[in-house]
Design a protein around this ligand. Sequence first.
Ligand code: NYM
Ligand code: MG
Length: 212
Amino acid sequence: ESKTSVARGSLIILEGLDRSGKSSQCAKLVSYLQGKGLSVEAWRFPDRTTVIGQMISSYLSNESHLDDKVIHLLFSANRWEKRALMESKLTSGTTLIVDRYSYSGVAFSAAKGLDFQWCKAPEEGLIAPDLVLYLDIPPEKAAERGGYGTERYEKLEFQKKVAEHYYALRDSSWEVVDGCLKMESVEEQLREIAMNCISKCQNGKPLVNLWS
Ligand code: NYM
Ligand code: MG
C-alpha cells in the first residue's frame, strides 16, 4: 500500500519596474490557473499585513525614515517570516504566484548604492523560484503609464538604476517577456510559460534554495 504523495506546487515570481504591469498580470494569471482547476494563491512582497510589513509600508510612504541597510533587512525579514508557510503551501501542492521577491530586494537597494553582494546575502536560504517572469519595459515607457505614484523609488532616474541591477540578477529561472506588448499578448505568453513550469514541478523538479 503506497502513500501517494501530492505533486508539489510551483513558486512563480513576477518581477519588473514599478508600473510594468506586474500586479494586473499576477491577478490574470492566478484566475486563469484557478480556472484550470489548479490550487493557486496570489502572494506579494512586501506583505504589508504583518508588523514588519507595516514598518515597510510607512517607510515607503515617507511616514518614517530608516537607514538604507535597515530597510533592506526588513524587506528580507518580511520574506523570511513567510518562508515556512511558503514551503508548506508548495509541498502540499499549491502554486504561488508572487508579485515581487528577492530580486526586487536586491535591485532596489543596490540602486541606492548598497553593495550588490551584501544585498544578496540575507536572501540566501529562502526558497528559490521555479520561474521568474520579468516584465521588461523601458523605464521611460513605465513613467509614461499614467505617471508614478508618490511612494519612495517611483522616480525615473532611480528606476533606470533598478533596471540595470535587475539585469545583473538574471539566471536560468528567468523568462523575460516584453512588457510593452498588448496586455492580452503578455497574458498569453505568461500563461504558456507558467503552465510549462507547473508541469515540470509536478513531474518531480526539486525545490531548492537561493541562490542556486
Ligand atoms: N521593494 C520591494 C524593495 O525596495 N525591496 C523589496 O524587497 C521589495 C519586495 O517596494 N517600489 C520596493 C519596490 C516597490 C516598493 O512595492 C513597493 P509594490 O509592489 O509597489 O507594493
Ligand atoms: Mg508600487
